[in-house]
Design a protein around this ligand. Structure first.
Ligand code: SAM
Length: 370
């Protein structure tokens, strides 16, 4: 267990007491952002460029932590992640499992094995299962609905989340009727030109946004999100992402740093910043206080304490990996991914210690949006 001690941040009021007048001005701006639930590009760029040791940044994170605790108390929710297929027909320029990456050995889990992974997660108190995969045409509506229905029958007290990419509205409806409750589909960027830079010409921004709209209308709890520091991202595009979150009001938002990955067109780009991801987690918490916000594995992959720091910046969800150890390396969406060889037992114990160090606790709960 690699956990180290984290120092708990002060309360917002304690940080204010010691602040210089310059910092107080920024803190007033942060209060306004939280009260009005509004953000503009100039204040966003200030928040994202202030030095790490500026008291306003500690204030931002402390206020986010106080905000999440008002809604969800000290609870941190677990989502057991099962990476059901690494086949993907898409060629997203950032993603390690993109179609053109011929260096990967691909796999597709058998439904029986997926159920076994859920069983194991259930034993460790997980009450949400996330089935994630590339866009793999083997997973027809019929097969995926059958799997969802089997999980629903076997684990009636659990939430089922799908993260299987873009499908037709009819498909989303069938999966919802079969028992799926939630769907994660990161919008990736709310700026159409940026979207076109991150994706090949056969993928469309309009379609991705339409999928999110369809999912919401059908009645799913929906998660959108984006990578922090993706190539071509600017303060302006981040601001558009935040505006999109404000107008779409998703129940979940997944953000994590972009990780430059071998055998992709963006292999030589710079990784996204952990510090910037933490600030954005805090900003999202203040703009949308009830949102379910994971401290992502990508955050933990770029910094040994990334997930704890995420929790201390307003996140309230963790997604331990339930996939068979032999498949984890093959689900290579980005380089440096952590927990590749760790058993569920090890991961659970490790997360429990890490979360305890932040003053919060893991709970046995579906962790629905409140
Ligand atoms: N195919 C599904 C979809 O498109 O939503 C789910 C799988 S996809 C690999 C899950 C997420 O991984 C993407 O939404 C993307 O934001 C993230 N991702 C892919 N490549 C990444 C990278 N190089 N660094 C960080 N995150 C990445």
């Amino acid at each position: 267990m690699e956990s180290q001690q984290v120092s708990l941040p002060l309360k917002p009021s304690q940080i204010r007491e010691k602040a210089s007048s310059d910092c107080l001005l920024y803190m007033d701006g942060i209060d306004l952002l939280a009260r009005r639930q509004e953000i503009n590009p100039s204040f966003l760029s200030i928040l994202l460029t202030l030095p790490d040791d500026n008291a306003a940044i500690a204030y931002l994170r402390a206020l986010a932590r106080e905000t999440v605790e008002k809604v969800y108390g000290d609870q941190v929710f677990l989502r057991g992640l099962v990476e059901i297929s690494s086949y993907c027909k898409n060629n997203c320029r950032y993603c390690g499992i993109r179609r053109s990456n011929t260096t990967l050995k691909r796999y597709r889990m058998k439904p029986q094995m997926i159920l076994q992974c859920c069983e194991e997660g259930y034993r460790y108190g997980m009450r949400t299962f996330v089935l994630q995969g590339g866009e793999d045409s083997w997973w027809t509506d019929e097969r995926l609905c059958q799997l969802v229905a089997d999980i629903r029958t076997k684990f009636p007290d659990c939430a089922i989340t799908l993260s299987m990419g873009e499908r037709s509205r009819e498909s989303y409806q069938k999966l919802f009727d079969a028992g799926a409750d939630r769907y994660l589909l990161r919008h990736e960027t709310a700026n159409s030109e940026h979207y076109a830079y991150l994706h090949p010409a056969d993928m469309s921004f309009a379609h991705r946004m339409q999928c999110l709209q369809d999912l919401k209308e059908i009645g799913y709890q929906v998660g959108c999100g984006f990578m922090v520091g993706s190539p071509g991202q600017t303060f302006q595009t981040i601001c558009e992402d935040l505006q999109f979150i404000l107008s779409f009001r998703p129940q979940m938002v997944g953000i994590g740093p972009f990780v430059a990955t071998e055998n992709t067109p963006f292999a030589k780009e710079r990784n996204g910043s952990v510090e910037r991801t933490l600030r954005l987690l805090a900003i999202i918490r203040l703009l949308h206080p009830h949102v379910l916000l994971p401290a992502t594995t990508a955050l933990g992959s770029l910094h040994p304490m990334g997930r704890e720091q995420g929790i201390l910046s307003g996140a309230n969800v963790l997604m331990p990996n339930l996939s068979p150890v032999e498949n984890r390396e093959q689900y290579h969406i980005y380089d440096h991914k952590i927990c590749l060889g760790d058993s569920v037992d090890h991961c659970y114990a490790c997360l429990e210690t890490r979360i305890h160090s932040t003053g919060r606790r893991l709970v046995v709960d579906r962790g629905d949006y409140r």
